[in-house]
Design a protein around this ligand. Structure first.
Ligand code: MSP
Length: 498
């Protein structure tokens, strides 16, 4: 069992390539695990409460629920377009989630972990977070959020606090286990806690300021802080309210994919919260860096959004977008967005290496063998190279190195191209051996490519006459016959630099 989650996104606007980035990564990981024979439960959704959404709805003169209804269906449309194979799309306005939040908070309250107080501080509505003096920057006497570049609001109000400080040692220990990946991110949070300690956090807002939220079970004048509400989505969907057997089967295998902007919430706060609720920690928190444009994180606040459509239109298919976003992905380093490098990769890797190969093999099989490629003996040299790349791809994927995994998969396609150039089947009358070997290698590459580019992989399989079922098929000589249906043109080149 493996439970895979994305962050639940704020539906204050349509998703952009930053949201697509995490979602495609998680989807690829989900599909990869399914092919590897794992039972997968894959969750995504929308984070619908809080001040940010309340303000956005007000700005549009809309009822917040109506607004999030509309926006969450837009998210679903984008994920359908991008072939995201989620098992559940959770909304924090879903009834089972609202009940989960209430039940969890009642438990914390009855354990004496919540107390009343006054909060004074600077708030970033875009982050939905209070920023400490170490976190904000000062410019012309104003306090500014370093991520969103926006002026902070001063807030002084009655609130309920959660006794996070009691869990400092627990959180530090948890950060030393191998949960956070890559581990450098765990060290970052550890040193922050070592420097500042772990302070109690404000977990409610007065209803007269933030009415768009789940009511605190012990005080109807307060709503639950949106981040506490949001984090609990992961346990709602694992069945917190249902049978504990189901929950305990799913929950401990949780793999959370997140961007580094929300690392603090998914470690310090989340680990402590789970402990307070007597629940096990997730298996993994997988963190990636940002897609940036001229050094700034792509996002609505910075005003440098790259719409998902811009990529789909340019590269002609959602699958090409999936490929390019992961081809230039990194967990550790921010990636500068640029059409130039994407154009070059699209043309040389997708159009030339893969597209031409599929076309060439389809045409040759039809012309020389009437579209029927039958079993022949295996070319050991090609087999060695292919198996080597398969192993490499698998071990890179174990380390969640998506970009390098793609390179290893494309090594197979490059190898088949080189093999064809070597064996020159176009010179032979019935080049059965070289075509069978090329087909086998291409089939293996296509099975590995499926999690990244599901529609393209299916299309290749259908055109050349094979099926994609599981990673048990990653050996040469497993298929008897190919009945070639067509020789498709998969990708049309783009004009670079325009
Ligand atoms: N609602 C919270 C998450 C709650 S999870 C319990 C939130 N939502 S968000 O809409 O702001 O989405 C944040 C996530 O989107 C980031 O953590 C990251 O995964 C992804 N990204 C948004 N912009 C991005 C980039 N420019 N680059 C990479 N990822 C980006 O925070």
């Amino acid at each position: 069992m493996i439970y895979i989650t994305t962050p639940i996104y704020y539906p204050n606007d349509r998703p952009h390539i930053g949201h697509a980035y995490t979602t495609i990564m998680a989807d690829t990981f989900a599909r990869w695990n399914r092919l590897a024979g794992e039972e997968v439960f894959f969750l995504t959704g929308t984070d619908e409460h809080g001040l940010k959404l309340q303000r956005e709805a007000e700005k549009r003169g809309m009822d917040p629920k109506k607004f999030v209804d509309e926006m969450s269906s837009i998210f679903k449309e984008y994920w359908r377009l991008l072939n995201i194979s989620y098992d559940r799309f959770i909304r924090t306005t879903d009834e089972d989630h609202v009940q989960t939040v209430k039940r969890a908070l009642e438990k914390l309250y009855s354990k004496g972990l919540i107390y009343r107080g006054v909060y004074r501080g600077w708030y970033c509505t875009s982050c939905e977070k209070f920023l400490s003096s170490d976190e904000y920057i000062e410019k012309d006497g104003k306090k500014i959020c370093p991520i969103h570049g926006k002026e902070l609001d001063y807030v002084e109000e009655e609130t309920y606090f959660l006794k996070l400080s009691l869990y400092e040692d627990f959180v530090k220990d948890a950060l030393r286990k191998d949960i956070v990946y890559p581990p450098s991110y765990a060290r970052e949070i550890l040193s922050k806690i070592e420097k500042e300690g772990l302070r109690d956090i404000s977990i409610t807002r007065p209803k007269n300021r933030v009415y768009w939220g789940i009511e605190a079970p012990w005080d109807p004048n307060h709503t639950v802080y949106v981040w506490i509400d949001a984090l609990l989505n992961y346990v709602t969907a694992a069945g917190y309210l249902e049978s504990s057997e189901k929950f305990l089967r799913i929950w401990p295998s949780a793999h959370h994919f997140i961007g580094k902007d929300i690392l603090w919430f998914h470690t310090a706060i989340w680990f402590a919260l789970l402990r307070m609720l007597d629940l096990p920690l997730p298996r993994r928190v997988i963190v990636h860096a940002f897609i940036v444009l001229r050094g700034r994180k792509i996002g609505k606040s910075a005003g440098n959004v790259v719409p998902i459509e811009a990529l789909i239109e340019r590269y002609g298919s959602p699958d090409a977008v999936r490929y390019l976003l992961l081809r230039f992905s990194s967990l550790e380093k921010d990636v500068e967005f640029g059409f130039d490098q994407m154009d070059a990769a699209y043309n040389s890797e997708l159009a030339d290496t893969l597209g031409n190969l599929v076309r060439r093999l389809g045409v040759l099989a039809k012309k020389k063998l009437s579209g029927v490629v039958e079993r022949s003996d295996i070319d050991r040299d090609l087999e060695d190279k292919v198996i080597n790349s398969v192993k490499k791809a698998q071990s890179l994927m174990n380390e969640l190195r998506f970009s390098e995994t793609l390179v290893a998969i494309f090594d197979i396609f490059r190898e088949v191209n080189a093999y064809l150039n070597r064996t020159e089947p176009w010179r032979e009358e019935r080049p059965r051996r070289s075509l069978y070997n090329a087909f086998e290698a291409l089939r293996i590459g296509t099975v590995l490519l499926y999690p990244f580019m599901p529609s393209t992989a299916e299309r290749i399989a259908k055109a050349l006459g094979f099926e994609i079922k599981s990673f048990e098929e990653l050996e040469m000589g497993m298929r008897d016959t190919y009945n070639v249906a067509e020789a498709p043109i998969l990708f049309r080149k783009v004009r670079e630099g325009q």
